[in-house]
Design a binder for this molecule. Structure first.
Ligand code: DPP
Ligand code: ZN
Length: 896
């Protein structure tokens, strides 16, 4: 397939004002009658009407009630003899499709006997012929007809205006959406569902009905989703003045879903993973994810639906902004500054372990891409998470109030329109005319056009005689595919200075008459800038990029002593955590590079590499009564293997794995008594609540148990594995139970096998829990190559299915994308397995297959023999003549 270019955008030659759809739902053959009212766009030169369609059977086309000529060109239905002039006319198209055979889960499909739709980005064309592009916005009326016994609930967007019985046990429901929308926001659901309902009143006094639809047995697991939805409605009104604009807002859960969830107007469709939760079946992480995904989809109602994207190159217009909004929502709900910092650290960890590698690999693309082959491949961490960082920088540059003013102007200007990233940035800048953003807007927008992660190199020079401290900050950005040179970015750097003993120093820059606050934001715009601080009594410790104020890599040569000072004293919680990560990373990288440290034939790296200072610093954090448990858990968790690999030019995944395991064991052994105390002091008291404080306590006690089991493996102790097994058996919630199970599995305890068997027996009727059971085993640490055979075995398990995306992800992705130590085998068997699964999945579901294909994005960094093995596996996939566009694009770019 040819690439599509952003520069080729043209307004549609036709508008569709109204759409009247009638569905006769049948899994084998659903009939779709599509009556549209169209008119020519007078601003565009006359051309034939070209409607997109895929896997449809066309039965009839009529114009103004009469026959018409038409032809097919590829997948497009082309009509040339349409009425002249700009008067609207009626076009009626009758097609059929086969939802039961739809394994791609795009368009109309059946999951467990229920009909669902997924239309973003280009699924609507699999339902009917249409102008399947987001800048064509129409008013929809939808009539659903189906067997009443099999499909008692019939839902679509907007308001239910009519319903009733029909002949032969069938019934109908008619829905009218009061808002115009692009077709990617169309949805229908039909099946046996029940709903939790909640009436709410908005600030203006309007009443709304909130509903969460699930399968009958799942109603008891919907309370948290409903609470999250109510919080979302209240938050958007309070923080941005954006009310719910519908009488009825529905969420429906399905167990077969490619993505996390979808923001269809008034009828959000969710992966069950982001709806269903009870303390017995869901972990704290699940509860947190549900809150943020429910928020995310709800916030799309304004940022995405009321104002949508002109074309798919603008995807980050809605996704980056909406991720920023859901991150802020979760932080505001978390409450305390410490809980906010924990959420920020978690978000940055995702950015750095997933987006930074993407930005440095073959799929690197700007936040607003210039071209794509398959749009489904561009629902990426760059569009979402880096896009959110770009919005966050705007927020930093104009301030919280200024940003709210900018949002207000954005909606005043663009409500009801399909617009671009430029329109958004312009509105935020125009609402804040004296801000740095307004002053620097064209340069700031390089964040939208240039791919790659910028690096900022910082060096400090203290001049004792002048009592001044000069920081030199130099920015650069490596080439990315198609972009060989980069212009300087606008980089907000929030910073402070600490004395050697850790006191926050008031900041006074050269030319300023007095000292100011101890933290400020400096905006970098030049390749190199120097900042001179005066009235500095002794060499300070710089704390840069506080709260991760820009999505960049900060290169700075701290001494260990400086990092220890930051870890112990920085007023910025993010940089405290970061200092600990830098210390651990430095140790890991040095040990990996040091040939004096040999790895045994069986791959064991048995050396003490952590310095006493580091161990003692970790002990102080663990013992510090002033720090929250959630924060301690983050500090005491070593950088991931993926993150370590990203820092290296040549990657030996086995050595990284071995070194990190050795570091963890050393930390486990050296802090044993402190881990015991952390375990004892952070036990749950009272009932389960997924709030930040109690979930932080569970996270820390879970890590402690894990470390104690790791230590036990070395010491031969049987007490802690026994305690872990006991906790696993009696735990009152899934978080504690799963943490205990993880400790047993990850430490290789003999009790892991009976625990896994018991876990499966307990939860055999809970698919989301069984996903965890699969994922834990596929993600287990490798012992002599045992994981791959275990993964093959898991695929033979009666509960395994390649067709269910959650299940496929739980086994295959957990192994290929989340278990580097087991996946990167010297014999390349992991890669062969990967290529088989990509090919196999591609025939079922190209979107999921293309995600899996990305597991080898960074193959060029691998050392031999992995590098050759990986290239061969990718080439093996690429050699298939029958690949989807999705997988073809990924492997072609990987091999380029
Ligand atoms: N469902 C995806 C999301 O909400 C795509 N819009 O991000
Ligand atoms: Zn989204």
């Amino acid at each position: 397939a040819p690439a599509i270019h952003r520069a080729d955008y043209q307004a549609p030659a036709w508008w569709i004002d109204t759409v009247d759809l009638t569905f006769d739902l049948d899994p084998a053959k659903t009939r779709v009658l599509n009556k549209m009212r169209l008119r020519r766009n007078p601003d565009v030169a006359a051309q034939p009407l070209r409607l997109d369609g895929e896997e449809l059977n066309l039965a009839r086309v009529m114009v103004n009630g009469g026959g018409t000529s038409f032809k097919m060109e590829g997948n497009q239905l082309v009509l040339e003899n349409l009425p002249e002039g700009t008067e609207p006319f009626d076009l009626e198209i009758f097609t059929t499709c086969a939802p039961a055979k739809n394994t791609q889960l795009m368009g109309l499909y059946v999951s467990q006997g229920t009909f669902f739709t997924q239309c973003e980005a280009e699924g609507f064309r699999r339902i009917t012929y249409f102008l399947d592009r987001p800048d064509v916005m129409a008013s929809y009326t939808v009539t659903l007809r189906a067997d009443k016994a099999l499909y008692p609930v019939l839902l679509s967007n907007g308001n239910l205006v009519d319903s009733g019985a029909m002949e032969d046990g069938r019934h109908f429901a008619k829905w009218v959406d009061p808002h115009k929308k692009p077709c990617y926001l169309f949805a229908l659901v039909a099946g046996k569902l029940v709903a939790r309902e909640q009436k709410i009143r908005s600030r203006s006094g309007t009443e709304h009905l909130l509903q969460v639809y699930v399968r009958p047995g799942d109603l008891g697991k919907t309370e948290h989703a409903m609470n999250s939805l109510m919080h979302s409605v209240a938050w958007d009104e309070a923080r941005f003045g954006l009310p719910l604009d519908l009488e009825r807002f529905m969420i429906v859960a399905t167990s077969d879903f490619n993505m996390g969830a979808m923001e269809n107007k008034g009828l959000n469709i969710f992966n069950t993973k982001y709806v269903l939760a009870s303390e017995a079946t869901a972990t704290d992480t699940d509860f947190g994810n549900i809150e943020s995904v429910v928020g995310h989809e709800y916030f799309h109602n304004w940022t995405g639906n009321r104002v949508t994207c002109r074309d798919w190159f603008q995807l980050s217009l809605k996704e980056g902004l909406t991720v920023f909004r859901d991150q802020e929502f979760s932080q505001d709900l978390a409450g305390s500054p410490s809980a906010r910092a924990v959420k920020r650290i978690e978000d940055v960890r995702v950015l750095r372990t997933a987006q930074f590698p993407e930005d440095a690999g073959p799929m690197a693309h700007p936040v607003r891409p210039d071209s794509y082959i398959e749009i489904n491949n561009f629902y990426t961490v760059t569009i979402y998470e880096k896009g959110a960082e770009v919005v966050r920088m705007m927020h930093t540059l104009v301030g919280r109030e200024g940003f709210a003013k900018g949002m207000k102007l954005y909606f005043e200007r663009h409500d009801g329109q399909a617009v671009t990233c430029d329109d958004f940035a312009q509105a935020i800048a125009d609402a804040n005319p004296t801000s740095d953003l307004a002053r620097l807007l064209p340069q700031f927008k390089r964040w939208y056009s240039q791919a790659g992660t910028p690096r900022v190199q910082a060096t400090g020079q203290y001049d004792a005689a002048a009592r001044s401290y000069t920081l030199t900050l130099t920015q650069s950005c490596a080439p990315t595919p198609g972009q060989s040179t980069k212009e300087p970015f606008v980089i907000p750097v929030e910073l402070g200075l600490l004395s050697a003993s850790g006191a926050a120093l008031p900041l006074q820059m050269a030319g300023e008459s007095a000292a100011g606050a101890a933290s400020r934001t400096v905006v970098l715009t030049e390749p190199t800038q120097t900042l001179t601080f005066v009235q500095v009594d002794a060499e300070p410790v710089p704390s840069l990029l506080r709260n991760f104020s820009a999505p960049v890599v900060l290169d700075i040569d701290y001494t260990d002593a400086q990092l220890l000072t930051l870890l112990a004293h920085d007023a910025d919680a993010f940089n405290r955590w970061e200092a600990g990560q830098r210390l651990a990373l430095r140790t890991a990288i040095n040990a990996i590079a040091d040939s004096a440290y040999a790895t045994s034939a069986s791959g064991i790296f048995d050396h003490q590499v952590l310095g006493a200072d580091f161990v003692e610093a970790m002990r102080s954090v663990l013992r510090n009564p002033a720090l929250d448990a959630a924060f301690k858990e983050l500090v005491l968790t070593l950088p991931s293997e993926t993150y370590i690999a990203e820092q290296l030019d040549v990657v030996d995944p086995q050595r990284i794995h071995a070194v990190r395991e050795a570091m963890r064991e050393q930390l486990a052994l050296a802090l044993q008594t402190d881990w015991e105390r952390a375990w004892e002091q952070n036990q749950d008291t009272g009932g389960y609540r997924p709030d930040p404080v109690s979930s932080g306590r569970r996270a820390l006690s879970g890590l402690a148990l894990h470390m104690l089991c790791i230590a036990a493996r070395r010491t031969g102790d049987v007490v802690w594995p026994g305690k872990a097994y006991q906790r696993f058996k009696v735990a009152a919630n899934m978080t504690d139970r799963f943490n205990a199970l993880t400790a047993l599995v990850a430490s290789g305890s003999e009790l892991a096998a009976p625990a896994l068997a018991r876990f499966h027996a307990l939860f055999k009727d809970e698919p989301l829990v069984i996903d965890k059971w699969f994922a834990l085993q596929a993600g287990a640490p490798d012992r002599g190559g045992n994981v791959l055979p275990a993964v093959r075995q898991l695929m033979q398990h009666p509960d395994f299915s390649l067709k269910n995306p959650n299940r496929a992800r739980s086994v295959i992705f957990s192994y290929c994308s989340a278990n580097p130590g087991a996946f990167h085998r010297a014999d390349a068997a992991g890669y062969v397995f990967w290529s088989d699964r990509v090919i196999e999945l591609d025939a079922i579901n190209p979107q999921v297959a293309a995600r899996l294909a990305r597991a080898l994005d960074r193959w060029k960094k691998l050392a031999e023999p992995w590098r050759s093995g990986a290239r061969e596996a990718i080439a093996r996939v690429a050699a298939r003549p029958d690949l989807s566009n999705d997988v073809r694009e990924v492997v072609t770019r990987a091999l380029a």
